[in-house]
Design a binder for this molecule. Structure first.
Ligand code: B12
Length: 215
């Protein structure tokens, strides 16, 4: 069985909301020694893109989105123990991460959070629906090296912009690097709001954070 075939099986299972078949594909991927991150990108993210498109085209509705999220949660439980960080260096720095206000999407954020921890960062994960005020309060108290913000819906982009402005007003902006990620962002938006970086995926995000701490 090739990795492409297993990924295809996973995608078919997820799109058909077949949680058992999806879990079976994850186990097969692990048994075949496929890098879990590669599997996340080629199977899980791809399946969610197809499901998202079907939602947009009104073939799927909210129950399917919730079911898809459940399938991913269960699949991640199988894959996560097999994700290995470089493991060479620890205490690379402190990162506060959260999903912007009014946004409940956390699958991508959790993957990023997991990878950062695996690489040796101390990660304070605030969860979802985090207001600019909350981000500012935590940055003030925790003094992280990096603030990482996720957002998936267009509506919440303004909350990210507000968060950066609030950090500026609080006099904290120069003390930290800010990285943003999530399908809704463009480089133009990131430049516009003055984010230090935009990451297209978790691996990219981890690379940028490591570069910032001199690794
Ligand atoms: C699953 C899902 C849900 C689930 C979320 C469950 C959960 N626990 O997360 C539920 C059912 C709750 C949901 C709800 C809604 N959703 Co929804 N959802 C999705 C779906 C299908 C998948 C998202 C996902 O998890 N992708 C997989 C992960 C791995 O990818 P990712 O998040 O992009 O993350 C990767 C990178 O972007 C990056 N990354 C992400 N964050 C960060 C942060 C940092 C710092 C870094 C470095 C990197 C990084 O790294 C990750 C890994 O590589 C998308 C469709 C899509 N294609 O994205 C729609 C989608 C995001 N949802 C959408 C909508 C409209 C909604 C609702 C408004 C629907 C409604 N009418 O109620 C609500 C909003 C609720 C809310 N207030 O947040 C739209 C958004 C459109 C837009 N541009 O505004 C999408 C795009 C679907 C669509 N095509 O219409 N949704």
């Amino acid at each position: 069985m090739t990795k492409e075939k297993i990924a295809e099986d996973f995608i078919n299972a997820a799109v058909n909301m077949d949680i058992l078949r999806a879990k079976k594909s994850c186990k097969e991927a692990i048994a075949l020694g496929i890098d879990p991150y590669e599997f996340i990108e080629m199977a899980i993210t791809k399946a969610l893109t197809i499901i998202g498109d079907k939602f947009e085209n009104e073939e799927f509705f909210l129950p399917e989105l919730f079911m898809a999220a459940e399938i991913v949660k269960k699949s991640m439980r199988i894959l996560e123990p097999h994700i290995k960080g470089s493991g060479k260096k620890k205490n690379l720095g402190k990162i506060v991460i959260g999903t912007a206000k009014s946004d409940m999407h956390d699958i991508g954020k959790n993957i990023v959070s997991f990878f950062l921890k695996a690489e040796g960062f101390e990660v304070i994960d605030l969860g979802v629906d985090i207001s600019p005020e909350k981000f500012v309060e935590v940055v003030r108290n925790e003094k992280p090296d990096i603030l990482a913000i996720s957002a998936l819906i267009s509506l919440t982009m303004q909350e990210v912009s507000k968060t950066l402005k609030s950090l500026e007003i609080a006099g904290l902006r120069n003390d930290i690097k800010v990285i943003i990620g999530g399908a809704t962002f463009t480089q133009e938006f990131a430049d516009d709001i003055g984010a230090d970086a935009l990451a297209i995926n978790a691996i990219d995000g981890v690379k940028i954070c490591k570069r910032w701490v001199g690794i």
